[in-house]
Design a protein around this ligand. Structure first.
Ligand SMILES: Cc1cc2nc3c(=O)[nH]c(=O)nc-3n(C[C@H](O)[C@H](O)[C@H](O)COP(=O)(O)O)c2cc1C
Length: 406
């Protein structure tokens, strides 16, 4: 009996790093989401995970990928797979960009610095949000990789102009103008939690905090979380808790229109990406306006509930605009196979938001590395199993709508 036991018992080396131990068991982005849900206070997790109103668009963004299936080919000599492509004239090892996310320091103490370092290691562009909790300069100091700066159009154009100048001086390659935020979407999980940014320590948060001591310890120990790019530009600067909806609705310019792009061209001497295009008509107008790329995006379902899933717009938009402007598909991407589907239908690349935030929430910077590695491996495997050797072989005939899904 001892002999049998000895033959089946095999102890591997013990992993001493707790974050790595968690990651070793995380086989997918969905697993990382569950770990992040356990580790983050409920209000913080819901700020990341949640979306507008009934969250129909949030669900549809991911479901729309599941409605598509592959038409695989076999015996195609897939001994060598090349997942690389180009975007805005630069090479990407995988067609992937890290999307802008505000207040990233609620997910991990390093916040945007953790994400930017992970992106640089993977040679992928990192997009810094206007509403970031690390500044343009702080991010540039830790990453020599490709960096984009996302612009929310403030009523105060002087502030926008100043941020663009800082981004240019810090070596950011492109700006991403987000155009789906005339008003902030109603994120009802945040309303229910009374969630403010930065999180305030009320009674509810204290209880929540006590249940998540690790996060609370990091939060209390770190320097205060603030809107790092707009600090000192008038009240509220971000150092005191604000209700996001009332803050944004007071600051963002709802009068933004196509004419404003001329102003941006005069201020910014590099590529412009328009993020938040949700129709073929607007994709055409973006091409006429001469932007270098568009991100088909509904803000991960956080703005208009009832907006179409970006993956469903990729083929019609690609048909309408051809190669004139590069197309980025943003929303619902959780697997490398999702990237393969989007690229096959005509996207040049995809952007991820929650996927890397779940990684940060689960295990900080290593968690973000883990997500990028999972997506890369997924994409490579999907290409091998569908018989496609390179991105140039990803064409619309690779995917079809599932017949059993109305
Ligand atoms: C927590 C969070 C914060 C976000 N903040 C911003 C932001 O500041 N600016 C912006 O343009 N988009 C923002 N987004 C939207 C993302 O850039 C992206 O469009 C979206 O996350 C894509 O969907 P996915 O999360 O399913 O990948 C945010 C998304 C999340 C989840």
């Amino acid at each position: 009996m001892i002999k049998t036991l000895r033959s089946v018992l095999r102890f591997g080396p013990v992993e001493l790093n707790a974050a790595q131990r968690r990651l070793n068991r995380a086989a997918s982005v969905a697993d990382l989401r569950l770990i992040a849900r356990r580790r983050l206070p409920r209000g913080v997790f819901d700020y990341i995970d949640g979306a507008a109103e009934d969250e129909l668009t949030l669900r549809r963004n991911s479901e729309a990928f599941r409605r598509l299936e592959f038409r695989p080919r076999v015996m195609c000599d897939v001994g060598e797979i090349d997942t690389s492509t180009t975007l805005l004239g630069g090479r990407l090892p995988v067609p992937l960009v890290l999307a802008p996310t505000g207040f990233t320091r609620v997910a991990s103490p390093g916040g945007e610095l953790d994400a930017a370092r992970a992106a640089a290691r993977a040679q992928l562009p990192f997009t810094l949000s206007t509403m970031a909790t690390r500044s343009i300069e702080e991010v540039a100091a830790v990453s020599s990789g490709r960096k984009w700066f996302q612009v929310y159009v403030w009523r105060d154009r002087g502030l926008v102009k100043e941020m663009l100048a800082r981004a240019a001086a810090s070596g950011y390659e492109a700006i991403v103008i987000t155009v789906d935020t005339a008003m902030l979407g109603r994120r009802e999980r945040d309303v229910r939690h009374g969630f403010t940014l930065p999180p305030k320590l009320g009674l509810g948060t204290l209880v929540d905090g006590a249940l998540h001591p690790r996060w609370t310890w990091d939060f209390v120990r770190a320097e205060p979380i603030a809107f790092a790019n707009i600090i000192g530009t008038g009240p509220p600067s971000g150092s005191e808790p604000v209700n996001l909806a009332s803050y944004i609705n007071g600051q963002f310019d709802p009068a933004l229109s196509w004419r404003d792009l001329d102003w941006f061209r005069a201020q910014w001497n590099g590529p412009i990406v328009l993020k938040g295009i949700q129709s073929v008509q607007d994709a055409r107008l973006a091409v006429e306006a001469g932007v270098e790329a568009i991100a088909l995006s509904n803000h991960g379902g956080r703005q208009l509930d009832g907006s179409p899933p970006p993956i469903e717009l990729v083929a019609p938009v690609a048909d309408a605009i051809g190669d004139a402007t590069e197309i980025i598909c943003d929303g619902g991407i959780r697997r490398g196979s999702d990237i393969v589907k989007a690229v096959a239908l005509g996207a040049r690349a995809c952007m991820i938001g929650r996927a890397f935030l779940y990684g940060l929430g689960a295990a900080g910077e290593r968690g973000a590395d883990h997500v990028l590695a999972l997506l890369e491996a997924d994409m490579r495997r999907t290409m091998a199993l569908t018989g496609r050797r390179s991105v140039s072989e990803l064409a619309p005939d690779l995917v079809q709508r599932r017949a059993d899904w109305a």
